[in-house]
Design a protein around this ligand. Sequence first.
Ligand code: TYM
Length: 335
Amino acid sequence: MSETVHKPTLYSAVQPSGTITIGNYIGAIRNFKLLSDEYDCLFCMADLHALTVRQNPADLRRRTAELAALYIACGLDPEKNIIYAQSHVHQHAELAWILNCFTYMGELNRMTQFKEKSLKHADNINAGLFTYPVLMAADILLYQTNVVPVGADQKQHLEICRDIANRFNGVYGNVLTIPEPYIAKTSAARIMSLNDPTSKMSKSGEVDSYISVVDDPDTIRRKLRRAVTDSDGEIRLDPENKPGVTNLITICAAMRGCTPEEVCQELQGKGYGALKDATAEAVISVLSPIQEEYKRLISDKQYISDVLKSGAERASYLANRTLRKVYKKVGLYQG
Ligand code: TYM
């Protein structure tokens, strides 16, 4: 990121809380790359957010480094973009505290992700899970972010981030930039589970419900062959009545870089076997080069560690500017 030429700022993050899926790739990471030339970008490994669910410490550490390698393997240049771990930049937790004091319990109570995660982790409904969106708002607002590319599931979190920032600015003037979400308007913004196409594909789902970005070609073919479809045999987009088939068409089109309609046209009358095979080959051809690069990068521990160190330094510098301003505005003694 250049300190002299100012492009608008793009910010996004992924939690290193499980294996990264093609849902994360299609809904978010591939858009990072597509947008990266037009913006000054920060790409974060949201390791603090991951702690809202119990993590095995060694796995969390390993996954954080793996996610950094994956970002780079997906084409995000760590010289041009800032790639860093959230916990390495202490300003995130500090701004989150201030923003907690500008967020209402009622707002957080309405968050569907909180409700879903509370059901899933009923034995550990911790306060971090509840205030998760406030830390996410701090991530975004620290960098005076203009645009945040995310999947459709994060829309509500972006809305509350904007509400918090507007509330803060309403009291103290224009301190925080109001970010715009960047969410695909198509079904690519919400890739569905392969074995239950009425729910979102998730890193924490069963192993056959998702395709990991590091799955090998045979695994990808096997998982797609088993994907749930329906019995009418027609290849067309119909998210209501044909969620499984619609999901496969969506994945195939996203990976080929064409429209879902083009996929339907080409495979008209050929049956679900053909759709599954075409989808598998499209997924494999996108993931193979990424996997090759990823394997090379992940074996170079020193390189990844250097990227994270430099990323944290550059992010800290920017974060500090906003945090100082916020501290001053709210009346914290500066000396
Ligand atoms: P996370 O780690 O759950 O997901 C990372 C990104 O992938 C998108 N995504 C999907 N897109 C399409 N289909 C799916 N099935 C699918 N599953 C996940 C998510 O929308 C997300 O863009 N809270 C965030 C991490 C975060 C963040 C931030 C994001 C922390 N701070 C600041 C943006 C800005 C999350 O849990 O992502």
